[in-house]
Write a protein that binds this ligand. Structure first.
Ligand code: NAP
Length: 315
């Protein structure tokens, strides 16, 4: 308790709740407390506990969320063990989003198409795998009024996250997505899969250094490579000002640092720029909704977002 009888939130940032309606209940672990968690390697730097433990507090759920480091080669055992312990749900992070698929009872169609699972929900016979990254990015974009429908989009990268972005853009009716990657083969493979699935040539693969081949115009650009991730804050995959003059909106999937070099360059050339923290927020919220069969309100989402922002010293 803090003075005048108001409770303090139990997350690391120790933010005092703004009004009593937002006040979290303290979860006291007891015999019925349900457990959710994260498997990945490493997991020490994850912000997911902030999301899920804050939501549990806000919604009064008797639930705790714990990160579990799963050593390379141990994913099958980790999933089997979680099932035996009746762990309600798990998030899955790098490097196991594809590997974990072999250990599941069932895979949601969308996650199967993307080829990556980041959320497991316990069912009768084992876990069902979902991909909430894609829908998380969509909700994040909606919250910033970023349109995908009929847009011409530049997508930097063809790794796990960029694959999900390519699927999202195609499913939500993007006009064309120029997918630029250092390794052209990977971008071509994603383009083949997505274009076959949607029945139209929406993804157009281009070698990264040939970005000048993109037709004239102004684009939404999604930065989906790992270049620029802390501690390499000053790195960016393309630095040519001519490229940024074509970007009206830049969305970097990276959120650490808070403002990436890519975002700085977009802004310097008159565009608006966003980082990936809201994508992280919403992929977590969607997972929480799947585990608990609830709808998280905008107000609660905002409380969690403020809590996440506090970790970057941003108010
Ligand atoms: P990944 O599968 O390892 O893919 C990495 C991508 O970066 C590939 O396209 C790779 O190109 C490219 N790349 C790496 N080093 C490069 C370099 N020096 N020059 C040019 N391209 C380079 O990683 P991922 O899982 O897709 O994650 C990508 C980023 O998204 C990460 O920074 C991650 O933190 C972020 N992310 C954010 C969220 C969120 O919730 N906000 C969720 C998922 C991921 P090649 O194919 O040529 O190797």
């Amino acid at each position: 308790m803090i003075p005048n009888g108001r409770k303090q939130c139990r997350s690391r940032c120790q933010v005092e709740c703004a009004d009593s309606a937002e006040m979290e209940k303290m979860v006291e672990i007891n015999g019925k407390t349900r457990v959710c968690g994260l498997i990945g390697y490493p997991v020490e730097h994850t912000l997911s506990p902030v999301i899920h433990n804050t939501l549990a507090g806000l919604l009064g759920h008797d639930l705790v969320y714990v990160p579990f480091p799963a050593r390379p080669g141990s994913v099958k055992d980790a999933v089997r063990g979680a099932d035996a312990l009746q762990i309600l749900g798990l998030n899955v992070t790098v490097p196991y989003k594809s590997e974990v698929m072999d250990s599941l009872q069932e895979i949601d169609t969308l996650a199967g198409n993307i080829g990556a699972v980041n959320t497991l929900v316990r069912t009768e016979g084992g876990y069902k795998g979902y991909n909430t990254d894609m829908e998380g990015l969509y909700r994040a974009m909606q919250s910033e009024d970023i349109k995908i429908e009929k847009e011409r989009i530049i997508l930097l990268g063809a790794g796990g996250a960029a694959r999900a972005v390519a699927h999202l853009c195609a499913l939500k009716g993007a006009d064309t997505v120029y997918m630029l990657n250092r390794t052209l083969d990977k971008a071509e493979q994603v383009a083949d899969e997505v274009n076959r699935m949607t029945g139209r040539n929406v993804i157009c693969p281009i070698l990264l250094q040939e970005y000048h081949r993109i037709p004239e115009g102004r684009y939404l650009a999604v930065q989906g490579t790992s270049v620029g991730l802390a501690p390499h804050d000053d790195m960016v995959v393309i630095s040519d000002p001519a490229f940024y003059k074509r970007v009206h909106t830049g969305f970097d999937l990276i959120y650490n640092p808070w403002e990436t070099r890519f975002m700085q360059l977009v802004k310097a050339h008159g565009g608006r720029a966003y980082n990936g923290l809201k994508m992280l927020l919403y992929q977590g919220i969607i997972a929480y909704e799947l585990w608990n069969d609830v709808q998280v309100t905008k107000k609660d989402a905002q409380v969690v977002y403020e809590r996440l922002k506090a970790h970057f010293g941003v108010s």
